[in-house]
Design a protein around this ligand. Structure first.
Ligand code: SF4
Length: 379
């Protein structure tokens, strides 16, 4: 039976359970098989939390901390210690995750940057990316929040890809009582502008949605269609993460309900249907116990998985051991392969800085995936 083209009304009926989800799952799996085959990828990474200071106060977040609790910034030797450990463990990605422009809020951040002769966190991130590039074989993947054209120009020579979650397209989530109230960097229009900048600056870009933070079904569907439009308009979206909210102790949302995996899998399947066969759709495997369900929903990637460092954004959720991930992925009928932080279709002179391209190509195999695979197998 032919499945209809992406349609917001039908998407809503799937989410509410009015239309049988079996059709959706079958279609999204078929699309994935057509566009991405039976290879499921992950990025072998270390997580570098350059600073846990942040301008914002999202009510579900435990990553951001005040200076007294989380320190200010990692010093260069601390950054390098993590990166070198990653290098020794055959990682290929240095995931720089950090709070968004902490210097706007915290004098301690301004003092630190001033002491280094820098004006912004982005400048420090560019310096640390260069350090990692010069001292290790890892490729930085910067996740510093909002980015404009200037910031991308600064980071592009050392970062073959970058990322920032859209989270949701609805401005309602910034209203009083909602999770993004008083979070200026979470205004959807500014997040969309960042993805548009990635298109102009030719930066392969990872984005996605966070599901279960108080949005309604229409807002989920609107967000997926917005990402589909942005992917078409910019050509820059290399992957879409569909992430389920997990309630964390010590946050205002600690008692909020988490999405039920079976229902959340419908969102994942909708993402495949709406983004299309060629898109890369990722779900983190460490936030759901029976994560194989997302393979049935049409994903082709598990995202960054670290053999070394914790998931600093979800520290309560351990990464699945890579051998376990391999075994379970294989048992579901797929081959697990490590990829680079940049996807194969973007490894070319249009999308990667001229000074970086040869190194990225040298790290890739004939499929554009991580060549390290031939040395380490998978796990
Ligand atoms: S979710 Fe991101 S932007 Fe929001 S407070 Fe945490 S680190 Fe800052």
């Amino acid at each position: 039976m032919t499945h209809p083209s992406p349609d917001p009304d039908l998407a809503l009926r799937y989410l509410s359970g009015e239309t049988d989800e079996a059709l959706l799952f079958e279609h999204s799996s078929t699309l994935r098989d057509e566009g991405r085959g039976k290879v499921v990828t992950y990025s072998r990474k270390v997580f570098i939390p350059l600073t846990t200071l942040c301008n914002d106060r999202c009510t579900y977040c435990t990553f951001a901390k005040p200076p007294g609790a989380g320190g200010v910034y990692l010093e260069p030797d601390e950054v390098l210690a993590v990166a070198k450990a990653g290098d020794a463990a055959d990682c290929t990605e240095a995931l720089f995750t950090l709070g968004d422009r902490p210097e706007n809020r915290w004098p301690q951040a301004r003092d630190f940057l001033e002491g280094k002769g820098l004006d912004s966190t982005i400048e420090y991130l560019a310096e640390m990316s260069s350090l990692v590039r010069s001292e290790t074989s890892l490729f930085p993947h910067a996740n510093p929040g909002l980015l404009d054209d200037t910031a991308m120009t600064l980071l592009r020579p050392t970062n073959p890809s970058m990322g920032m979650m859209l989270e949701n397209i609805s401005t309602r989530l910034t209203e009083p009582g909602m999770p993004h109230h008083n979070c200026p960097t979470k205004e959807p229009v500014r997040r969309v502008a960042t993805i548009e900048a990635a298109g102009r600056q030719k930066v392969p870009f990872t984005t996605g949605i966070l599901v279960g933070i108080g949005e309604n079904h229409e807002e989920i569907v609107d967000s997926l269609f917005a990402l589909s439009d942005l992917a078409g308009a910019t050509g820059a979206i290399q992957e879409v993460i569909i992430q389920n909210f997990r309630a964390k102790a010590d946050t205002p949302m600690r008692r909020s309900a988490e999405p039920v995996p079976r229902w959340f899998a419908r969102v994942v399947a909708l993402a495949r249907w709406i983004m299309g066969a060629e898109a890369s759709i990722q779900v983190p495997p460490n936030l759901t116990e029976s994560y194989e369900i997302y393979l049935q929903a049409g994903i082709n990637d598990w995202g960054g998985v670290s053999p070394l460092t914790i998931d600093w954004v979800n520290p309560e959720a351990p990464w699945p051991h890579l051998e376990d991930l391999q075994r379970r992925t294989q048992a579901a009928g797929f081959e697990l392969r490590p990829r680079l932080p940049v996807y194969p279709e973007y490894i070319n002179e249009d999308w990667i800085d001229g000074g970086l391209l040869a190194d990225v190509q040298a790290a890739a195999d004939d499929d554009g995936l991580a060549a390290i695979w031939t040395k380490i197998g998978v796990a």
